[in-house]
Design a protein around this ligand. Structure first.
Ligand SMILES: *[C@@H]1O[C@H](CO)[C@@H](O)[C@H](O)[C@H]1NC(C)=O
Ligand SMILES: *[C@@H]1O[C@H](CO)[C@@H](O)[C@H](O)[C@H]1NC(C)=O
Ligand SMILES: *[C@@H]1O[C@H](CO)[C@@H](O)[C@H](O)[C@H]1NC(C)=O
Ligand SMILES: *[C@@H]1O[C@H](CO)[C@@H](O)[C@H](O)[C@H]1NC(C)=O
Ligand SMILES: *[C@@H]1O[C@H](CO)[C@@H](O)[C@H](O)[C@H]1NC(C)=O
Length: 319
């Protein structure tokens, strides 16, 4: 996509005033009040006894983004690079959800890599395009950036934790506009949902030059033995990653430790979602026509109700 000269000029002048990176366009531009965020599907969970398709998106990620003022486009796995490129230039941001696929060999990974590389190129050219990774999405971003799987096993399968903020958190793009009392709740109360076996340890992050250069650590946690990174944002790109699950507090109801539905947990969810949607509002990609936009939106699909005790309440399936 070639940018008009005016946009490039705006991006360059914006850079003179925007202080810390990222310096990509968007800061002083008009916002897009009809943001559309892509959510990437993935191969079914191995334990899914009643699938209605061969890939899925948990409905909670859709509701999470919708609750903060975005519309959602599901992105299927197994598409061609050309198809992904077309979608990329139609949407305003991408969310990589949690899940349980092989983050080196899956179709989810293949698609994530294509979008990551398109997002790098776009942002470098002043076309602000945000990425968000949750849990598996966090892990996937770390593997793509490092070009290596540096994850390690931790005892964090179903536990709520308070965030241990780094000094960088307060002035981070992600957290800087969170209310003070909410930051206090996040730091003091066990409200972030952790449902993961794998983590990026602070040790491996620190020893990997690529990761260290790319991401700023905003919070850490520990399983009692290993310290791992729980929130990070890229220095020079609008890329964000949380190892915890902000979408679960308002939208998932499995009765397990690791879940919390308190006021502060639900507020934290909303503020993270609203932050990302606001990032997507700085992007101006659009579908080639209103009809194509309409056909791509999640409203064309019906989520399937999962049974009592399932980890997800509702799932969108795709073939
Ligand atoms: C994706 O392609 C693989 C083969 O490469 C196939 O096994 C799988 O069923 C496909 N999944 C979807 C959702 O199309
Ligand atoms: C560091 O990464 C390697 C994989 O490259 C992994 O085997 C190891 O467990 C990790 N160590 C820690 C402490 O994270
Ligand atoms: C609360 O968080 C602490 C770590 O700060 C952890 O040790 C503890 O297990 C957590 N409690 C619950 C109920 O998850
Ligand atoms: C949740 O699970 C606990 C036991 O693990 C049980 O005592 C409680 O009744 C359950 N609550 C609901 C609403 O199912
Ligand atoms: C959820 O977190 C709140 C703190 O905000 C705590 O008081 C409450 O006990 C937690 N509930 C559960 C079920 O862990």
């Amino acid at each position: 996509m070639s940018l008009p000269v005016v946009a490039v000029f705006a991006a360059l002048t914006a850079c003179l005033f925007c202080g810390p990176p990222p310096c990509a366009a968007g800061r002083n531009e008009q916002l897009n009040y009809r943001p559309i965020i892509g959510v990437l599907a993935q191969e079914n969970l191995p334990g899914d006894q009643s699938p209605h398709g061969s890939s899925y998106i948990a409905a909670s990620y859709v509701k999470y983004l919708e609750s903060a003022g975005a519309r959602v486009v599901p992105i299927r796995i197994n598409l061609t690079e050309e198809e992904y490129t077309k979608i990329f230039f139609s949407i305003n941001g991408l969310l990589l959800p949690g899940g349980d696929v092989d983050i080196e060999t899956s179709q989810f990974t293949r698609a994530a890599k294509i979008f990551y590389s398109l997002a790098l190129k776009a942002n470098d050219a002043g076309d602000y395009f945000p990425l968000w990774g949750t849990c598996q999405g966090f892990q996937q971003l770390s593997v793509i950036t490092a070009n290596k799987n540096l994850l390690t096993l931790t005892d964090t399968k179903a536990v709520t934790l308070p965030l241990t903020f780094t000094p960088a958190a307060k002035s981070s793009r992600l957290f800087q506009s969170f209310p003070k009392d909410l930051m206090q709740s996040l730091a003091d109360e066990n409200i972030t949902s952790n449902f993961h076996m794998w983590s990026l340890s602070t040790q491996n992050y620190s020893r990997n030059a690529k990761l260290k250069k790319f991401y700023k650590v905003l919070s850490t946690n520990t399983d009692g033995k290993k310290e791992f990174i729980s929130t990070m944002e890229a220095y020079r790109y609008p890329f964000y990653a949380v190892q915890w699950h902000p979408e679960k507090s308002p939208f998932e109801w499995i009765n397990k430790s690791g879940m919390n539905h308190s006021t502060s947990a639900v507020r934290a969810s909303f503020y993270t979602a609203r932050f990302f949607v606001t990032e997507a509002m700085k992007n101006h990609h659009s579908f080639p026509s209103p009809v194509e936009e309409d056909q791509a939106l999640i409203y064309n699909f019906c989520p399937v109700r999962k049974g009592i005790g399932a980890i997800f309440v509702q799932i969108y399936y795709f073939d």
